[in-house]
Design a binder for this molecule. Structure first.
Ligand code: UGA
Length: 445
């Protein structure tokens, strides 16, 4: 099929782009990955994935062995090479507002379109405010040479960090936002190896495709904040949010996934997506429709201050001079990503109250250190808990779940634990003589 013919460029080689480029090469396409960062390009070209993603380095090696993938910083080469150009650059939150910063998508489209001759399809995958694709199509039109015939389509990406390869090769669904049958046909062709496995395809107009992504992430964020709101109520009543969640989740209509209470959501997507959605809805005059997302955000942030409250209580009401072992920095386990990480935010708040905070994360120490150089970092779990007045589990890595209270005490921790992810065996800690508190759960008697 199309695998032999279509040449694909992927602009942006971060999480999304590198994964997409590598998976497309695995599926048999000739792929050129493009990035403005020569460091990233160089590392990828040498078979080195510049971030932590289980399974991706092996897939890169596999793709490189076929000779079907290359990386470049050269947009002339990219425009010349690709028949289909995927845009996978970031859309971070603007520093001074909730809106998405579109400068990278705009510049990717400008750099490419100004060099394209003949037919080309530009397919956006980045998460963008609804209406962005139309603006980008206009931009492409403005900057492209006379003989260029460029069409824009949107194909949102739903991959999760930690499952990036699997989510890309075996997605729940594919959404093709298109303005023509030709664009639809091209996308069906490019994704045929995946479509042929029975993955549902939804063909929509472009605004709907842009919206699906933010609507999905908003729903997921809302589900998490819902159970965390229930955790607040549980805390006031002596009820147990874990049992509550289990009971709710058994109703098929509710479902148990994304109903895990704890320190809440973070990362490069959910927090900024709900904020950008609010900003965009306000611009469109429908801010009221998603005003609830401000509450979703606020509930999520309150879990952090609540965690600090529990830690402060366990050390007698004043954090200054107290030693806290902060277990975890990444926004979730099996990731080295500390963007908007609840764990690091708690560590920062503790530090601001004068605590000596020692952070340990199995993968994210380096990124955390770059973000917060003032905190102390330990090379190991044992190193982090030496002399700790209190231990706080902030990211639920299996290393922390599996550690025994006895081993932590032997490593030098005072027996006080705050489990901000509700993953530890409370009874085992209590039996071992620990003072133990978990978010949304009653204090042991
Ligand atoms: C999320 C979405 O799940 C993906 O579908 C989406 O494609 C991606 O954002 C994106 O927009 O690119 P990701 O950020 O990798 O993926 O992380 P998730 O596994 O979804 O977790 C998000 C956060 O929610 C984490 O901080 C996690 O700890 C938290 N969470 C998740 C909970 O607190 N409780 C839960 O029950 C589930």
């Amino acid at each position: 099929g199309g695998a032999e013919r279509t040449r694909i460029t992927v602009v942006g080689t971060g999480y999304l782009g590198a994964t997409h480029a590598i998976c497309m090469a695995i599926l048999g396409y000739d792929v050129l990955g493009v990035d403005v960062d020569p460091g990233k390009v160089d590392r990828l070209a040498h078979g080195d994935v510049p971030f932590f993603e289980p399974g991706l380095p092996e897939k890169l090696a596999e793709a490189q062995a076929t000779g079907r993938i290359r990386f470049t910083t050269d947009f002339d080469e990219a425009a010349d090479f690709g028949e289909v150009h995927f845009i996978c650059v970031g859309t971070p939150q603007k520093p001074d507002s909730y809106a998405a910063d579109l400068r990278y998508v705009q510049s990717a489209v400008r750099e490419l379109a100004s060099r394209i001759h003949g037919d080309a399809l530009i397919v956006g995958k980045s998460t963008v405010p609804v209406g962005t694709a139309a603006d980008l199509a206009e931009l492409a039109d403005e900057v492209s040479p006379e003989d260029a015939r460029i069409e824009v389509a949107w194909n949102p990406e739903f991959l999760r960090e930690g499952f990036a390869v699997d989510d890309t090769l075996h997605p729940d669904r594919l959404v093709f936002g298109v303005a023509s049958e030709r664009a639809e046909a091209t996308l069906r062709d490019v994704f045929s190896p995946i479509v042929d496995e029975g993955v549902p395809v939804l063909v929509t107009d472009i605004p709907t495709a842009e919206l699906v992504k933010v609507a999905a992430n908003s729903f997921l964020a809302t589900k998490i904040s819902y159970i965390n709101a229930m955790a607040e109520v549980c805390e006031a009543t002596g009820a147990d949010v874990d049992s509550l969640s289990a009971a709710l989740g058994l109703d098929d209509r509710i479902g148990s996934r994304f109903l895990k209470p704890g320190l809440g959501f973070g990362g490069g997507c959910l927090p900024k997506d709900i904020r950008a959605f609010r900003a965009r809805a306000e611009e469109l005059g429908v801010g009221d429709a998603v005003a609830f997302l401000a509450e979703v955000d606020a509930i999520n942030i309150r879990r952090r201050t609540r965690t600090v409250d529990l830690i402060r209580e366990l050390v007698g009401g004043d954090l200054s001079g107290k030693r806290v072992a902060a277990l975890g920095a990444a926004f979730k386990p099996n990731s080295d990503d500390v963007r908007d990480a609840p764990a690091l935010d708690v560590a920062r708040l503790l530090y601001l109250e004068g605590a000596h905070v020692t952070v340990y994360d199995p993968e994210a120490n380096a990124n955390a250190h770059r973000a917060y150089p003032d905190l102390d970092y330990a090379e190991s779990l044992d190193g982090a808990v030496v002399d700790a007045d209190v231990v706080a589990l902030l990211t639920e890595w299996s290393e922390f779940r599996e550690a025994s209270p006895e081993a932590l005490e032997q490593a030098g921790a005072h027996p006080r634990m705050v489990d901000a992810r509700d993953v530890l065996d409370q009874e085992a800690y209590v039996a071992a003589g620990w003072e133990f508190r978990a978010l949304g759960r009653p204090a042991p008697q």
